[in-house]
Design a protein around this ligand. Structure first.
Ligand SMILES: Nc1ncnc2c1ncn2[C@@H]1O[C@H](COP(=O)(O)OP(=O)(O)O)[C@@H](O)[C@H]1O
Ligand SMILES: [Mg+2]
Length: 360
């Protein structure tokens, strides 16, 4: 936010009102975007990364709470100001409880509007600062920890190999114990790798013309042993657009994103189900983008967990690291200027959509 103008997204079905707000804010140096439906608001939020959102508590197409949740899913630190009319108190209190940061009552005086925007700006700056400090310290801590943990792990692995050679492998308890140690060592190594991936600085990244279809095929190839381990459990369906344009990207990073998302989907399909992967682009619209959609018919995600999915270490799995989606967000949003969005319904399934902007 420190760079350039503060971006304010205004979502209000009352066009004249939204324009009036923009007329107050634009001369003060704000960059405003107007939209008149919840769906358009979410769409614009995911493309323009606003610093502040103003939303009317009554929008025609979606419940304002849903829009709020989806906005928080895009970026949990965006301050959302609710615009209410007299009589909307109850709905507004609900929205404040659900994470909105402030509210304004119509008719709105310029002074009140500017004060609310100022409060939101201060909050946004503080949140961004905390976030960047957190990342900075994680970035320093992880490589150190990784080094300290990897060395003993290496030693444990070596010693285990010796034990395995010398022990009576007919004894089930011993073979089982050795297997447990081996699996846990592997799991710790994997965890360390994820921590390093998450904290790796952005330098030395190679971008080249990349075919997302090829990445999907390669990812499915990598995961084939897991998918085929239980034949018939997961039905994989692919719709890969033959005309998909290539984008400038880092193959390995995007493959890692696909692997993380596909692994989550596979883990969510506990009772058997479908895993659908689709690639597409929008050759005739602007802004132009290419899209990967990964849909599973797994357990789905509880509504209250949706805002936290991309937080480092957020996991609902007993053995999860909670770093998979944090890494995905970092690679897609920070490294490739793309967007990642997750929609989910418990017991129905989850859809992860990744888009990358591109210009031909
Ligand atoms: N496809 C999915 N279906 C159900 N839940 C999911 C899915 N993808 C992600 N999640 C939820 O998001 C959480 C975070 O995912 P992630 O960052 O990959 O960490 P981890 O897989 O280690 O738990 C998971 O613990 C799970 O609760
Ligand atoms: Mg995961």
């Amino acid at each position: 936010m420190a760079r350039g103008k503060t971006k304010v997204l205004i979502i209000d079905a009352d066009k004249a009102f939204a324009e009036k707000i923009a007329e107050i804010l634009n001369p003060k140096g704000f960059n405003t975007t107007l939209c008149h439906t919840g769906k358009d608001g979410i769409h614009k939020a995911s493309y323009t990364s606003p610093d502040i959102v103003l939303i009317n508590y009554q929008i025609p197409d979606l419940k304002s709470k849903e829009v709020l949740n989806r906005l928080k899913g895009i970026d949990r630190t965006i301050p959302v100001i609710i615009v209410m009319a007299v009589g909307g108190e109850r709905a507004t209190v609900d929205l404040l409880k659900a994470g909105a940061s402030d509210f304004l009552v119509k008719p709105i005086r310029s002074r009140d509007l500017l004060e609310a925007i100022k409060r939101a700006q201060t909050k946004r700056m503080a949140d961004l600062e905390i976030q960047s400090k957190k990342f900075l310290s994680l970035g320093k801590l992880f490589p150190l920890l990784a080094h300290e943990i990897r060395n003993p792990l290496h030693a444990i692995g070596g010693a285990l190999a010796v034990l395995q050679r010398r022990c009576d492998l007919k004894d089930d308890t011993i073979t089982q114990s050795i297997e447990i140690i081996r699996e846990e060592v592997q799991r710790l190594n994997q965890f360390i790798q994820e921590c390093l991936d998450f904290s790796r600085p952005p330098a030395r990244r190679r971008f080249a013309e990349t075919d997302l279809n090829e990445i999907i095929r390669s990812s499915l190839n990598t995961l084939a042993p897991i998918i085929e381990a239980d034949p018939g459990k997961i039905e994989v369906i692919t719709h890969l657009d033959d005309d998909l344009p290539k984008i400038k990207a880092n193959f390995n990073e995007i493959k890692q994103v696909c692997l993380n998302i596909l692994k989550n989907a596979i883990e969510a399909i506990k009772m058997g189900g479908k895993l659908e992967i689709r690639t597409s682009s929008n050759p005739h619209k602007r802004p132009r983008y290419v899209m990967i959609k990964i849909v599973d018919t797994g357990t789905g995600i509880d509504k209250e967990n949706l805002p936290y999915l991309f937080d480092p270490f957020f996991s609902t799995k007993s053995r999860g690291t909670g770093l998979g989606l944090a890494i995905c967000k970092k690679i897609v949003v920070e490294n490739h200027r793309g967007q990642i969005d997750i929609k989910s319904n418990t017991n129905i399934g989850t859809t992860v959509t990744i888009t990358f902007p591109f210009s031909p």
